[in-house]
Design a protein around this ligand. Structure first.
Ligand SMILES: CC(C)(COP(=O)(O)OP(=O)(O)OC[C@H]1O[C@@H](n2cnc3c(N)ncnc32)[C@H](O)[C@@H]1OP(=O)(O)O)[C@@H](O)C(=O)NCCC(=O)NCCS
Length: 144
């Protein structure tokens, strides 16, 4: 398994980025200023984009594993890589919808819920987003 920094043509991995953030205009808000990595196991299995939010806070803006590689430990390995690489930061945060597909993953990786932004998904996305049949409303921020 190898993790490679992507410097150019980040949109080449748009299909993967859209798994974690399904509206391209929202991805455009962080993609250029973000640092992007891909994880490869012969072929690409996952992507992660992080941003420096200032005050020693790193934010994971997108982490996505192709469905056929999910639940095999790649997401956790990616988080571990980010933690090691960005040890100099005091805090790592990540925002996600209140979804049973993502919340347990961050909890397993040791993140704790810190705060919520009410109605973030309703106010910032141009269409309702459903996961497991439930509409996402608030953005929950986890921190570690
Ligand atoms: C969320 C995601 C990144 C997790 O990556 P992954 O490689 O599937 O997760 P891992 O296999 O590393 O799982 C790590 C741990 O979390 C647990 N976990 C992962 N998803 C879970 C879920 N939906 N429910 C319960 N536990 C879950 C695993 O069981 C594992 O626990 P264990 O170590 O005790 O066995 C991946 O499923 C994904 O890309 N989803 C679609 C995109 C997305 O929603 N991204 C997040 C945007 S905020």
């Amino acid at each position: 398994m190898e993790i490679i920094k992507v410097e150019n043509n980040k949109k080449k991995y748009l299909d993967l980025l859209l798994l974690g953030d399904e509206q391209e205009s929202m991805i455009d808000r962080y993609l250029e200023r973000g640092t992007m990595y891909i994880m490869k196991e012969n072929e690409v299995v996952a992507v992660c984009v992080v941003t420096d939010e200032g005050n020693s806070v790193l934010e994971i803006k997108n982490i996505s594993v192709y469905p056929q590689y999910q639940n095999m430990g790649y997401g956790r390995k990616f988080i571990e890589f980010i933690e090691k690489k960005y040890q100099r930061f005091k805090k790592i945060k990540v925002g996600t919808g209140d979804s049973p597909l993502t919340v347990p993953f961050y909890q397993k990786c040791g993140f704790k819920e810190a705060y919520r932004i009410k109605n973030f998904f309703i106010e910032n996305y141009d269409h309702p987003i459903y996961e497991c049949g439930v509409q996402l409303k608030d953005m929950i921020y986890f921190e570690k």
